[in-house]
Design a protein around this ligand. Structure first.
Ligand code: 13P
Ligand code: SF4
Length: 392
């Protein structure tokens, strides 16, 4: 056991840590958006009480969704927690809630807005909670890729799939072109659906989820999966390659899951011989193939819940979730797969001060940080999202 259940150190109280708490912006690092209100101090000892009071005052008018990567201080106020698929379904299933407060990231709140009625307001407690992967596919780049497919005469036989982690306008593009949205819990079903309708898939924006699912779950040959790089002329591919590929994988990735390496898997297996390695499918192909279990955040939780006491687990996903699992299962040995601390910095921007501020503003009758998607984009994105929700 020695050296195995190593603890991690919280970020110290530096300027950078304060930035993580959302008390400022760093435009050079991410799309910073100043909080438009007066945030309570993180040290305010009454924050929990204030959040509870504002939540109680809003009653049934409010529904709080919490993604599994959220901090404990936030997750304690969520009415439901889940992976992106479950949260999309939950948002769609709450027609009576006037306010959906989404404790997650921007693309999730956009999807909730698309799936809810015009009368419902979706609110993101910190507008700077984006997703670096979602930012790796921009609509104009995707339109260029589609034009290349048209020029190669293969657009009609191509089905676009976008991972949930994409902007609403990319989802709208996919809806317009008869494609589907997927999440990490239904990517195989989405690919099966797509290959019943076309000969190839343009998979946006996570190359790893696309490759892992195509090769490991669909049995597609690695040589039939080609990387499309939006920063290279022609995507870095010839017209012939575009036509021959079965999977065109957009060159995007998650900066958090990209940190896990095959050597971290090898190292943990040496240190803990009976360890089970459980990773998210946003990890690289060699990490996923070296792991014992692969799945969405919801899947990861279910596997750990069902694991026998005394079993050892190295988990390759965001740290807030791994730490919560370790705390919830003291009878199991649960470790972070990577030695270094690895939060999703944008998920982490939603903290208790932002939640308190949001709830108190709503309770005072002031709608803040509303996420809205324009009607035309929302219409087409909804087609692709509804198609996902209807996947067999
Ligand atoms: P899940 O759908 O598995 O919750 O993943 C969302 C996400 O952003 C993972 O990085
Ligand atoms: Fe985006 Fe990765 Fe954070 Fe998920 S963990 S929200 S994919 S940056």
């Amino acid at each position: 056991m020695d050296g195995v259940t190593e603890t991690w150190t919280e970020p110290s109280s530096t300027g950078a840590a304060l930035l993580l708490l959302g008390r400022g912006t760093d435009p050079s690092a991410e799309r910073g958006v100043e909080c438009p209100g007066e945030l309570p101090a993180p040290s305010d000892p009454t924050l929990v009480e204030r959040a509870a009071r504002a939540k109680a005052a809003l009653g049934d008018r409010l529904f709080i969704l919490g993604h599994h990567y959220q901090r404990d201080e936030v997750i304690q106020f969520a009415d439901v927690t889940g992976d992106s698929f479950k949260l999309a379904r939950e948002a769609a299933a709450r027609p009576d809630a006037e306010f959906i407060v989404f404790c997650g990231v921007h693309f999730m709140a956009e999807s909730a807005d698309i799936l809810t009625s015009d009368a419902q307001k979706v609110v993101l407690p910190d507008l700077a909670a984006g997703c670096s992967m979602a930012d790796m596919a921009v609509l104009s780049q995707v339109e260029t890729a589609w034009e290349l497919l048209e020029d190669a005469g293969v657009a009609d036989s191509t089905v676009p799939i976008t991972y949930m982690n994409s902007s609403a306008d990319i989802k709208g593009f996919v809806g317009r072109h008869h494609g589907v949205v997927c999440t990490s819990s239904n990517a195989k079903r989405a690919l099966t659906w797509a290959f019943e309708r076309g000969q190839r898939v343009l998979f946006l924006p996570d190359q790893h989820l696309g490759r892992n699912t195509a090769i490991l779950e669909m049995g597609i040959d690695a040589d039939d999966c080609l990387l499309y790089d939006p920063h290279k002329p022609g995507g870095g591919l010839t017209a012939q390659q575009l036509g021959q590929a079965k999977m065109l994988l957009w060159r995007g990735h998650c900066s958090v899951h990209g940190r896990f390496t095959k050597s971290s898997v090898d190292e943990i297996r040496l240190r803990v011989p009976d360890v089970n390695v459980l990773v998210h499918p946003e990890c690289r192909f060699d990490v996923v193939t070296a792991a014992d279990y692969v799945g969405s955040t919801e899947y990861i939780i279910k596997i750990i819940d069902a694991a026998p006491a005394g079993s050892a687990w190295a988990v390759g996903t965001e740290l807030n979730l791994v730490r919560r699992l370790a705390n919830a299962h003291p009878d199991k040995q649960i470790m972070f797969l990577e030695r270094n601390v690895c939060y999703c910095s944008t998920m982490n921007r939603i903290d208790l001060p932002h939640l308190v501020w949001t709830l108190e503003e709503l309770a005072a009758g002031r709608l803040v940080n509303q996420i809205t998607v324009d009607a035309d984009t929302a219409h087409h994105a909804r087609v692709a999202l509804d198609q996902m929700l209807a996947l067999p």
